[in-house]
Design a protein around this ligand. Structure first.
Ligand SMILES: Cc1cc2nc3c(=O)[nH]c(=O)nc-3n(C[C@H](O)[C@H](O)[C@H](O)COP(=O)(O)OP(=O)(O)OC[C@H]3O[C@@H](n4cnc5c(N)ncnc54)[C@H](O)[C@@H]3O)c2cc1C
Length: 376
């Protein structure tokens, strides 16, 4: 095989790009040139130890690995062990704290009751039926039709409006497809079989994935600025934003972003849990993250907390959550049609496919795409 056929250029060193790089180097024996515009690998999943406190910080927001996909679990365990952390989320509202997702504990605390699973379910169904909404026209109506007004107003309305920066009545109904209510006292946030945090952090995990003599990582290398200096290649795998790749020629896809205010506090424990949602609209931030709780096997005297604020990104900002309005979907279809016409360019990952993907979904999609591309 000539050099061109043995070379793959990958843009973006998040999970999608890193899996592709690792597979093309290890399983296909290719040379990989991996461009990453940031100064580190790992994409939004990256974490690193704070030099001051030693606490592992998830710089782009908390990342808990969870999956029920055996292939993904087997694959990722080649590069790291996990600590078995199982995630819980708590919600503060009007001076009280409740466990999420909605379950018997949250319902009984909210209503001051000791309902059985059957009683709680009957109450939720009755509250939802009271609304009489059969064809929801917006997010508020959809939520009311699923869980009724008391739960919606307590835990969904103001939090959702902060997160999306719009009234729930102005948000499209499709943003929520379901609002699961668990009629048990199980407060585990994820139901997946395997869950945890990489014991040495995500930075080390990505380092191991990309440790191969065939993989050349170029940091602070934006594709737009380096496209003319790349070696001839068999595939370009692009995990940056699809609209940006085409110079936004049809317009910009809609995203919501978050930013974090960081504090190091001289207390051993600030809030007693990793993630606390703020359901009250009067509190400007949506969540507080306290990273030390992700690694209960390690001891620290101090703590690091991030407060998360949502905002609408400008051109220079990183993007986080795809909005996916019908207008966005129509725009995406235009870019996808152009992408399909490009020979030997593959788009993937959350930015390349304009989709919210959990880490295990990004890995699974990359493994599947590799099998296809390696054979072509
Ligand atoms: C706040 C938040 C919390 C999350 N928490 C979880 C969680 O707990 N569990 C979970 O499973 N998932 C979580 N996720 C999802 C997780 O972040 C994604 O699954 C993951 O980032 C997908 O990897 P990716 O490679 O597709 O994208 P990314 O990680 O975004 O990687 C893309 C990379 O491409 C680079 N890039 C972009 N454009 C260019 C360019 N032009 N040139 C060079 N490089 C470029 C970017 O800098 C970036 O490093 C969370 C997401 C968010 C927003």
């Amino acid at each position: 095989m000539d050099a061109k056929n043995k070379t793959v250029v990958i843009v973006g060193a998040g999970f999608y790009g890193a899996v592709m790089a690792e597979r093309f180097a290890n399983a296909a024996g290719c040379r990989v040139v991996l461009l990453e515009k940031r100064g580190h690998i790992g994409g939004n999943s990256w974490s690193c130890a704070d030099p001051e406190t030693g606490i592992e910080e998830h710089v782009y927001g908390p990342h808990i690995f969870h999956t029920s996909d055996e292939r993904v679990w087997e694959y990722i365990n080649r590069f790291t062990a996990f600590n078995g952390y199982r995630h819980t989320v708590w919600a503060a509202r009007q001076g009280k704290v409740y466990p999420l997702p909605f379950g018997l504990a949250a319902i009984n605390l909210l209503m001051g009751k000791r309902w059985s699973p059957q009683e709680a379910e009957a109450w939720v169904l009755e509250e939802a039926a009271k609304e009489g909404i059969h064809t929801p026209q917006n997010l508020e109506e959809k939520a009311l039709s699923l869980i009724g007004r008391p739960l919606y107003e307590a835990f969904v309305k103001e939090y959702t409006e902060k997160h999306w920066g719009r009234k729930a009545t102005e948000l499209p109904a499709y943003i929520i497809s379901r609002l699961p209510v668990r009629y048990t006292y199980n407060v585990g946030y994820y139901k997946d079989v395997w869950q945890g945090i990489p014991v040495e952090g995500y930075g080390r995990l990505f380092g191991r994935m990309l440790e191969h003599p065939n993989i050349e990582v170029r940091l602070e290398a934006d594709y737009a600025e380096h496209r003319d200096t790349l070696p001839e290649h068999r595939w370009l795998i692009y995990t940056g934003a699809i609209d940006q790749f085409f110079g936004f020629r049809h317009g910009r896809l809609g995203w919501r972003s978050v930013r974090f205010d960081r504090q190091v506090l001289d207390v051993p424990d600030y809030q007693g849990t990793a993630v606390l949602n703020e359901c009250d609209g009067a509190v400007a931030y949506t969540r507080t993250h306290e990273f030390k709780h992700f690694t209960p096997e390690r001891r620290f005297d101090r703590t690091v907390v991030y407060r998360e604020f949502s905002f609408s990104p400008s051109e220079a900002d990183d993007v986080y959550y795809p909005i996916r309005t019908p207008e966005d979907q129509a725009l995406l279809a235009k870019y996808e049609a152009e992408a399909a016409a490009l020979p030997k360019v593959h788009f993937g990952g959350r930015l390349g496919s304009y989709a919210y993907l959990d880490m295990d979904q990004a890995i699974a999609a990359a493994l599947t795409a590799f099998d296809q591309l390696a054979g072509d």
